[in-house]
Design a protein around this ligand. Sequence first.
Ligand code: GLA
Length: 368
Amino acid sequence: MNRVTARAPGRINLIGEHTDYNNGYALPIALTQQTTVHFDPDGSNTVTLSSEQEGAGTSFDIGAQPGDVGGWSAYPAGSLWALASAGYPVLGGTMTVNSQVPIGAGLASSAALECAVLLAMNAATGTRLNRLDLARIAQSGENDFVGASTGLMDQIASLYGEVDRALLIDCESLEVTSVGFDLEASGLSLVVINSHATHSHSTGEYASRRETCSRAAHALGIDSLRRLQDANIEQTLTRVEDGTDRRRVRHVLTENRRVLDCAAALSAGEFRSVGEFMNRSHASMRDDFEITTPLIDLIAESAVRYGALGARMTGGGFGGCVIALVGSDDAYRVADGVCADVVRAGHRAPTWFVAHPGPGATTSPVSG
Ligand code: GLA
């Protein structure tokens, strides 16, 4: 049988963190960094995995169930389990993974891997699914097989990405509206500073934030915090008894509004305002949702001090990357300044790159 190849990008979320599983809003871009999966079906019932970055993976039976496969192999295995559970065909063969997306850095390397695996398998079996169904299947693999209770933003970003555009996702209707974000034409750069403090969303803190939001919504008698979108935030918060829960809810409600305001500012080319919303989002993640770390805060503050229009942690939190919106001429000065500050504070030097909004996932024509 013929080799098939699929590619799916990582993402940066410009703003809107921990809002997706609260049916709120997010504004990500797809990265130009992608994960490539080559799949050679061989007529067997076993998928043999290897990765340029991670080495050999665990080979697994195409009937593998949750709990059967661990480590990074759980992501491909979970995606294929979810695909089969949804009633679509899955074949055995060899899968080779090569990822340009930094792993465990808050840039959705997991979603990139899942989406590339699913697209490669579907290309091999001739299955045609729309992007939303693919995103849901990838999420199901991550939630129910890997055990990470993540939302749908990363998969949507990876599948819907557009060059020079950001994606405003309404995580309730799942409507995706693209918003122009031509950095070069605007004289801007988006600098991504990787702290190299890695995180995992299958461990406690991410899940505990999700549980708190759902418990608070339940206590308020609503099915999701999205129901409070148009409510008076201060008044609503007086109805949340526990102080910590109150701050968590405040983050989600204010973050949703910041996403909409930021998308409007982006459309209008008001980049100073975009930067300001990013700064406020970071403060909210730091003070109310408490998902940043001292190192991440240091990077974000330092970027602003060196002249960034705005800076914030991107992704699920507890490490990973900070993004900084800077004038194109300032990228080196800001990034070098941040790196020097971090080293001076006794941490490992961060690495950085300039990001561009890239295209969504694709499948190469079947070859051979
Ligand atoms: C991770 C999850 C997403 C989202 C973000 C936080 O990237 O995979 O679903 O919840 O964290 O915004």
